[in-house]
Design a protein around this ligand. Structure first.
Ligand SMILES: Cc1ncc(COP(=O)(O)O)c(C=O)c1O
Length: 401
């Protein structure tokens, strides 16, 4: 072997030389704040109420179904747009729950989580320069999703305490360039469940301005105090202009499975399937088989899901109230937005860092859900998809802020 003498490269030169390898597309991305908080939580052994994944077991019957599917050799690619039995189960579920029909052959695409569903939908329907309306505060992925697809974000504020929006502000956000509105209900991070009247207003604007609604409905079964979920696709005139994104992640407590699906009219599905095929080819085949079992769970499964989450919500609300937070009570999803104005910290980020290090509870700064970091500077988000013992531990620690 010949030896060679390496000339050291100065870091600055390296950085300059390598900048050309960073695409413009990614240069505006920042690290996901939520994942950063999870990392800090690990470092400081904090109780993690930051990232929205359950720390309890997934349902036994669907775990067994996944194991069985592997044993039965569902180990090669499924059909790109999803295994037929799974698409059939999705169609049957929508018929049963919402009385809406989707053709599994032409209108359903199985993908790698709602995350892929959303980016595939945006890449399929938007062109650079199109505008996409997003309610703010919003789930952080929608920002990069818009950037990757070249669409401009038009933000419309949801205002506490009820996270309502101003109908005039929403109307002003619609322009001839609007391609779609992204609608996440039940909503992360606010816990808002859009009312029928609000959905009708949005549906009316979509029709008036000839735009699509791209909906993220992954918390559809996590509802409190009698709230109910209404897919906007079921409203008159909206089926053909809705791209409905959903996933197994939250309903079945399997965020690591990465199985989601997109329901849309055949012409839209045609484009979405093309993007999906080249992005990922398909979602995990054995887990789609287990998905059939999951989607056929009895109604009691979904009732229990909401009842259990409502108990967790109430427990955390009690702990937070006791610790001095002013909380906005969620009607759905599994997050609580809390006001930190009373604690005297400069902003949400310094407060969150303090919480992780000293009492040892990880949360997410409110500003990470807003495009302008000053907005949300008095808010933080707690998630409660955790074991009761995890919540109790967080409650004990929060006494020591
Ligand atoms: C609103 C919302 N959409 C999508 C996702 C991600 O979904 P999936 O795991 O199906 O990719 C999350 C995860 O927290 C979320 O809160």
């Amino acid at each position: 072997m010949s030896s060679s003498v390496k000339t050291p490269v100065r870091p600055a030169d390296l950085a300059r030389g390598r900048a050309k390898f960073r695409s413009h597309r990614t240069s505006e991305f920042t690290e996901s704040v939520i994942r950063e908080m999870t990392r800090l939580a690990l470092e400081h052994k904090a109780v993690n109420l930051a990232q929205g994944f359950p720390d309890f077991a997934a349902p036994e019957e669907i775990k067994r179904a996944a194991q069985q599917a592997i044993a039965d050799d569902f180990n090669q690619y499924a059909i790109t747009w999803g295994a037929k039995p799974f698409r059939d189960a999705i169609a049957a579920k929508y018929r049963k729950w919402y009385g809406i029909d989707y053709d599994p052959e032409r209108e359903i695409t199985v993908c790698c989580g709602a995350t892929e569903g959303m980016i595939a939908a945006l890449l399929a329907v938007t062109n650079p320069g199109d505008e996409v309306i997003i309610f703010e505060p919003y789930y952080e992925n929608y920002g990069p999703d818009a950037l990757l697809s070249g669409a401009q974000r038009k933000l419309v504020r949801l205002r506490p305490p009820d996270w309502t929006f101003d109908p005039d502000e929403l109307r002003r956000a619609f322009t001839p360039k609007t391609k779609a509105i992204i609608l996440n209900s039940p909503n992360n991070p606010t816990g808002k469940v859009f009312t029928r009247a609000e959905l009708e207003l949005i549906a009316g604007l979509c029709q008036e301005f000839d735009t699509l609604a791209i909906t993220d409905e992954i918390y559809e079964h996590i509802l409190y105090d009698g709230a109910s979920h209404l897919p906007i696709a079921t409203l008159p005139g909206m089926r053909e202009r809705t791209v409905l994104v959903n996933s197994m992640s939250k309903t079945y407590s399997v965020t690591g499975w990465r199985v989601g699906f997109v329901l849309a009219a055949a012409d839209l599905t045609d484009s979405i399937r093309k993007v999906h095929d080249f992005l990922t080819v398909g979602a995990a085949a054995p887990l789609q088989q287990a998905g059939v079992v999951a989607l056929n769970l009895p109604d009691s499964y979904y009732e229990k899901l909401s009842v259990e989450y409502q108990k967790r919500r109430d427990l955390l609300l009690e702990y937070l109230g006791r610790a001095g937070f002013r909380c906005y009570r969620p009607s759905g999803a599994y997050y609580i937005m809390a006001d930190i104005g009373g604690f005297g910290f400069a902003d949400d980020v310094s407060f969150v860092r303090h919480l992780i290090k000293s009492p040892g509870v990880a949360t997410v700064p409110g500003s990470s859900f807003y495009s302008d970091s000053n907005a949300g500077a008095t808010l933080i988000r707690f998630c409660f998809c955790k074991k009761y013992e995890t919540l109790r531990e967080a409650g004990d620690r929060l006494r020591r802020i």
